[in-house]
Design a protein. Structure first.
Length: 487
């Protein structure tokens, strides 16, 4: 009985191959039920993806959000299995979570709507043609150590017809793509890369930017041109990140994020601002205090309005000495002005924050960059939130006195990571390895943005800090002083 069922499945697929092997659109029209869905059929963009893969075989896609890239991949998998006898389809993504929860949650949805669903045996991360366990699509997670077992991910598959699908390709490690080279030599091999173009380096980025040409066909799709995407999506991205942001380019327009979008300040903009903006503006004083560790200097950035008017750099001061230095700055420079000190309150900085706050001479804000951002739906943490504000505000800053020479190198090397759901900065340890030192001057400048963020937001996240082995919650009044009335 089982042999008869497998013979019937093979017969059906052989006949389907004759008609639909090169007709993805026709297969979808004939065998997929769209009743109750937003649209009665796939969009022109989705049709173009399918047709281009059929014609060109090696297709890399960059697309905005919501235009149905993953749905198209799922449909292509079902089409390929039923029209290419004895085919194999390995699929992968940057991690098991993305693979399981995105692509492999989409496949069963379309199997349920497929008139050929009785041809399939479906499990959590595998789908095969009944009676043929070696005729299948399967999920393959990228190894954590990409130097090992890479052939088990993609390169070890051999079949009369092979389709490789890489979802969220911008986040997949380069060795995985290198392993694809072997598959590209076969006449009946197809490769589909789909992603938001959120990376600024790597194999996928090099393909999409034209650094790697070869046999790849590239397509860029905008969410604005998809009937699947509501206009509210674009507006939400604009309100959250800004229309000039890298996030808008990648997640709406489907365009590559340029290197200048991925760093805090471009070298050109840095030089232009320092040459052009030299006013001493009036206003209250904000001290951004980046407290050095055992080997780093402590840096204090003095800001008045939008003017960065002074810098102090103190090599390896202990807590009491640094507190004394800050008190001296207030007493001899700014005693007659409104002053707020923003302290990086981690490690030794916690003691500096606590002692300055206890003195009560001026307003003190304790800032912990690893905590939730005030705009927590937008930013991964507070450090990212401050640096994004530096990036947005930099052209309006004034530098009437020359900043430390290190500042330019730091600001032009600190990179955003757009591959995550929220805006993030690259790991600080990675940055330090590239710079050769901690970005103390840039951190001090970023801390001066904290006052404006606190005042402008309607709510705050009250942080918890570990002090002497126990958790201590900073009250709103202690943490923000007079600014607590705004929040």
């Amino acid at each position: 009985m089982r042999k008869k069922a497998s013979s019937k499945a093979l017969e059906i697929c052989v006949n389907l191959q004759k008609t639909y092997e090169n007709d993805f659109e026709g297969w979808v029209r004939e065998f997929i039920n769209f009743d109750g869905l937003k649209l009665p059929f796939i969009t022109d963009q989705q049709i173009d993806i399918g047709n281009t893969l059929v014609e060109d075989r090696f297709l890399a896609i960059a697309g905005g959000g919501g235009l149905g890239k993953t749905a198209t991949a799922a449909l292509l998998i079902l089409w390929f299995l039923t029209t290419h006898p004895f085919s194999k389809i390995p699929t992968t993504a940057p991690n098991g979570h993305l693979l399981r929860d995105i692509l492999w949650s989409e496949i069963p949805f379309w199997v349920h709507r497929c008139k050929l669903k009785n041809l399939f045996d479906v499990s959590t991360q595998r789908i095969s043609v009944k009676g043929f366990p070696n005729w299948f699509a399967v999920a393959r997670t990228v190894p954590k150590d990409t130097k090992k077992d890479i052939n088990d991910t993609l390169a070890g598959f051999h079949a009369p017809y092979l389709l490789i699908v890489v979802d969220e390709a911008s986040g997949v490690p380069d060795p995985v793509f290198t392993a694809l080279d072997g598959a590209m030599t076969s006449e009946n091999s197809y490769i589909l890369l789909i992603s938001n173009p959120v990376s600024t380096a790597g194999y996928y980025y090099n393909i999409m930017s034209g650094t790697i040409n070869g046999t790849w066909t590239k397509r860029f799709y905008s969410s604005k041109e998809s009937s699947l995407v509501d206009a509210a999506y674009e507006q939400r991205i604009i309100e959250t990140y800004g229309k000039e942001s890298g996030m808008y380019k990648a997640k709406v327009l489907g365009k590559l994020i340029e290197l200048s979008d991925g760093i805090i300040v471009s070298p050109q903009k840095y030089d232009e601002v320092l040459l052009r903006n030299r006013e001493f503006q009036d206003g209250s004083i904000v001290l951004g205090i980046d407290v050095g560790g055992s080997s780093d200097s402590s840096v204090i950035c003095h800001r008045q309005g939008n003017s960065v008017i002074a810098w102090d750099i103190f090599p390896r001061l202990d807590t009491d000495d640094l507190v004394e230095k800050v008190e001296g700055i207030w007493r001899f420079k700014y005693k007659q002005k409104q002053l707020t000190a923003v302290v990086d309150a981690i490690g030794k900085g916690d003691g500096v924050y606590t002692k300055l706050n206890k003195k009560g001479l001026f307003e003190v804000i304790g800032h912990i960059g690893s905590e939730k951002a005030i705009a927590e739906k937008t930013y991964e943490n507070k450090r990212t939130e401050l640096y994004d504000k530096v990036s947005r505000d930099f052209e309006n800053l004034h530098f009437p006195v020359p900043p430390p020479e290190k500042l330019k190198k730091q600001l032009t090397n600190i990179r955003f990571d757009y591959s995550k759901e929220k805006v993030a900065l690259e790991d600080k340890r990675t940055l330090i390895r590239r710079l050769g030192s901690s970005p103390d001057e840039a951190d001090a400048l970023s801390l001066t943005e904290a006052v404006q963020i606190v005042v402008k937001k309607s709510s705050v996240y009250v942080p918890q800090r570990k002090i002497a082995g126990r958790k201590k919650t900073l009250s709103r009044g202690n943490r923000y002083g007079k600014f607590s009335k705004f929040v």
